[in-house]
Design a protein around this ligand. Sequence first.
Ligand SMILES: NC(=O)c1ccc[n+]([C@@H]2O[C@H](COP(=O)([O-])OP(=O)(O)OC[C@H]3O[C@@H](n4cnc5c(N)ncnc54)[C@H](O)[C@@H]3O)[C@@H](O)[C@H]2O)c1
Length: 251
Amino acid sequence: MEVKDKIVIVTGAGSGIGAATAKHFAKHQAKVVISDIREDKAQEIADEINKDGGEGVVIAANVAKFDEVEQLVSKTISRYGRLDVLVNNAGVGPKNIVRTAEYTLEDWDNVIAVNQTGVFYGMKLALKQMAKQKSGNIVNIASLAGLKASINNLSYCASKFAVVGMTKSAALEYASKNIRINAVCPGYTESPLLDKLLSVRSDMDQRLKSMIPMNRYGQVEEIAEAVVWLASDSTKFITGQTITLDGGISL
Ligand SMILES: NC(=O)c1ccc[n+]([C@@H]2O[C@H](COP(=O)([O-])OP(=O)(O)OC[C@H]3O[C@@H](n4cnc5c(N)ncnc54)[C@H](O)[C@@H]3O)[C@@H](O)[C@H]2O)c1
């Protein structure tokens, strides 16, 4: 997987899938900008990468705020002169797991702002630079919930369907410009986000696992592997696709 010396931004890289992705890029000798709303957590991941001989710098940003994403991209360009890869990974779930009629406006607005509008901001700003440099690659972290219906999860599901739609539409616009855009759709993957879902009911772990043909959750490193592969030169003819890693649940 060739990503050596590529300049990569990973959002939400202070935890879970984003942290594993940042580390995997660094292992393959990419230069990684570790971004998160939580600067302290991003710094921990950068320290780990740098200790292991990789290159990771922290630029904190809340992806739901346009000016912060603008700063993230412009600071990356000032430092490195270009942006080769953007991984739009930052994401949140709703606080309340309830049906649509009971859904709170807060859970709607917050999830859409981070998961959907945040991805739009990232793509808009990165694509401006990538079009200028005539190359680039974006990997959006969608979800199984962006491909099929889920219950008690309306804003999350809406936001992830939107990520898949934005991925395909923007990929079509930029295919002739040497810019590829793909999405990864993880199923249930062990991370603090999954822990929150498991804490909702005592039998949740058993219920979820019983739906997964492989009878286990995904590991963050497994998702990271697919992200780096899509961003690498091994996949030069792939654009506008969703890669599902879900232990067979979508079957
Ligand atoms: N874990 C799963 O089962 C699963 C399944 C499908 C999709 N996903 C998606 O994968 C992505 C990563 O999820 P995860 O499981 O690693 O979650 P996580 O909670 O472990 O990590 C999410 C990170 O995003 C950061 N973040 C939250 N809001 C932010 C904001 N506004 N701006 C910048 N950073 C912000 C958090 O601080 C955290 O470090 C998300 O987009 C999530 O929807 C996860």
